[in-house]
Ligand binder design. Structure first.
Ligand SMILES: [Zn+2]
Length: 459
C-alpha cells in the first residue's frame, strides 16, 4: 500500500518535541484557547507537557517554529462505516434509507472481506488523519477477518480507533452462514475480537459491539451484544431514528414498542458507553430516557442530504444531551469533519432563520468543540483527548490556514476570524501533520498528486 511518510521532520515524528504555532482549542473549563503565538510541548510518553503563550515557555526541549500554522486538537468522528469508504460522495441523494441500504450499500459492504480490509484499511484510516480526524468510531463489515485486519493495521501505524464487527442476523447481505447459526457465530466472533483488541496499547484501540440497527437484528442479537459489551466494559453502537421511512419500518416490525428507543432499551443497550447515530426524530420521552441513561448522540449533518432532515440540535444541547459530531462515511458527501461543521452550521443557521423561536445559531467555536471535546465527552475519554491541555494525550493536527486566504492583506486583529477560513475553505492538503499520542501518523501528504486523490475514492 502506497501511503506517503508523514511529511514532518524526524524531530517531530514522536515526543519529546515542542511546537510553536497558533494554538486553537476548546478547554475543559468552558472557555476557548486562541493563542496566536503559542507553544505546545509533547513529552516522551506522547502527553502534552506544556501549552501556553511562547513567552511563558521555559522548557529545555528545542522548539520547532511552525508559525503561521495552526495547531488544533484531533477531531473525533463519532459515526461512520469503514467498508463504505468507496461510496463517499457518490450517493443517490434523496433516496429512502431502506432501499439505499439494500441496493447500494449492501453490495459494497459485502466486498469488504479480510483481503479487502488488509489492502484498504491503511488508506482509509490515513484519509481520516489527512483531514484532522484522530479518533474515528466505525462500523466494520459483517466479516470478522476484515475487522481484525483493520485493528491490526491501526495497531501498527499508530492510529486511534474504535471499531466493531457489524452484526446482522435479519435482512442480511451475506448468506455464507445459515440463518439458524448466524446469531451465535457472529456473537462469538465479536466476543473474540473484543477480547483481542479492546484496550490494546493502553486504550488506543477500543472495541464497539455493533448491531447494525433494529430491522437487521433479532432480539437475541441485540440483547446478547449489549450483555457482552457490558461484561467487557466495551462500547455499544447502533442507528436510531434516521429517516421517516425507517421509522415506518420500525412501527411495522416492533408494534409492541411505544417508540424506537424502547427497542434498544428492552434489549439492555442503553448506558454511558452507548452511541446512537443520527437520532433525528426523538420524542420528549426518548430524550429523557437517553439522558438519564447517559447515552451519546452522533450528530450527522449530512442527514440533510437524504430524506432525514435537520436535527433540532439546539434543543438537544439545551436539554444537556451528550452530542458529538460525525461524518457518516459513506452516506455523506465527504469524510472531513470540517466539512461536516460547514454543512451543520449552514443547516442550523437556516433552521434558525426560519424558526427563530425553536432553534439556536451556534458559533464556529462551539461547532469545533462538538467535533473535539464534546466527542471526547460522548466517549468518556475527555480526561485523555479532545483538547490541547496539559496532561492530555497529544492527539492533534497542524493546519495551513493562512494559505486558504484568497488574497494577501491579512491583519492580525482579524486572526480569530480565520476560523471561518478553516471551516469553509478547507481542502485536501490543508492538514499538514497529524499526531496520535504525540506520534505522527500517515495521512497528511496523501493528496500530493491529483491521481492519488482520485484513486483513494475508487473501490
Ligand atoms: Zn451509519
Amino acid at each position: 500500500m502506497d501511503i506517503p511518510e508523514p511529511p514532518v521532520p524526524p524531530s517531530l515524528r514522536s515526543g519529546p518535541f515542542a511546537l510553536r504555532a497558533t494554538l486553537v482549542s476548546p478547554r475543559s473549563s468552558g472557555d476557548f484557547l486562541f493563542e496566536p503565538d503559542g507553544i505546545l510541548e509533547v513529552d516522551a510518553a506522547g502527553k502534552i507537557a506544556f501549552v501556553g503563550p511562547a513567552f511563558a515557555y521555559h522548557g529545555a526541549t528545542p522548539v520547532v517554529d511552525a508559525r503561521p500554522m495552526w495547531l488544533l486538537p484531533g477531531m473525533i468522528d463519532l459515526h461512520g462505516h469503514l467498508p463504505q469508504f468507496p461510496m463517499t460522495g457518490m450517493n443517490d441523494y434523496g433516496r429512502e434509507l431502506m432501499p439505499w441500504l439494500t441496493e447500494m450499500m449492501g453490495p459494497t459492504e459485502r466486498k469488504f472481506d479480510g483481503k479487502r480490509s488488509r489492502e484498504r484499511s491503511l488508506e482509509y484510516l490515513s484519509l481520516f488523519a489527512a483531514h484532522g480526524t484522530t479518533t474515528p468510531v466505525l462500523y466494520g463489515s459483517v466479516d470478522e477477518e476484515a475487522t481484525d485486519a483493520a485493528f491490526d493495521i491501526a495497531s501498527r501505524h499508530g492510529f486511534r480507533l474504535l471499531l466493531g464487527q457489524c452484526l446482522m442476523d435479519r435482512c442480511r447481505y451475506d448468506t455464507a452462514i445459515p440463518d439458524t447459526q448466524v446469531t451465535r457465530i457472529r456473537l462469538a466472533q465479536s466476543d473474540a475480537l473484543c477480547r483481542k483488541w479492546n484496550g490494546h496499547d493502553h486504550g488506543r484501540l477500543l472495541y464497539v459491539f455493533t448491531p447494525r440497527f433494529a430491522p437487521s437484528c433479532s432480539w437475541e442479537m441485540m440483547r446478547e451484544s449489549a450483555a457482552l459489551a457490558k461484561a467487557h466494559g466495551a462500547y455499544w453502537q447502533t442507528h436510531l431514528s434516521e429517516t421517516p421511512g425507517e421509522m415506518e419500518t420500525i412501527r411495522e416490525m416492533f408494534p409492541e414498542c411505544r417508540n424506537y428507543l424502547e427497542i434498544y432499551d428492552r434489549a439492555g443497550g442503553l448506558g454511558p458507553k452507548t452511541i446512537f447515530a443520527h437520532s433525528v426524530f426523538l420524542s420528549p420521552e426518548e430524550l429523557v430516557r437517553m439522558k438519564e441513561t447517559g447515552c451519546a448522540i452522533a450528530h450527522c449533518p449530512s442527514n440533510v442530504l437524504n430524506p432525514a432532515g435537520i436535527m433540532d440540535l439546539g434543543r438537544y444541547l439545551d436539554l444537556g444531551m451528550k452530542v458529538g459530531l460525525a461524518s457518516d462515511v459513506g452516506g455523506c458527501h465527504d469524510i472531513s469533519l470540517l466539512n461536516a461543521i460547514a454543512l451543520g452550521w449552514v443547516c442550523q443557521s437556516v433552521r434558525h432563520k426560519l424558526q427563530p423561536e425553536d432553534s439556536v445559531e451556534l458559533s464556529l467555536k462551539r461547532w469545533l468543540e462538538l467535533a473535539t471535546l464534546s466527542g471526547a465527552r460522548c466517549l468518556g475519554l475527555d480526561d485523555k483527548i479532545g483538547s490541547l491541555e496539559a496532561g492530555k494525550e497529544a492527539d492533534m493536527f497542524l493546519a495551513d490556514v493562512q494559505s486558504l486566504r484568497l488574497t494577501d492583506g491579512f491583519d492580525d486583529k482579524w486572526m480569530e476570524q480565520l476560523l471561518t477560513l478553516l471551516v469553509f475553505r478547507s481542502r485536501p492538503g490543508t492538514v499538514r501533520a497529524t499526531w496520535v499520542r504525540g506520534r505522527s501518523v500517515p495521512g497528511p501528504g496523501i493528496f500530493e498528486t491529483p491521481e492519488r486523490q482520485f484513486r483513494s475514492l475508487r473501490s
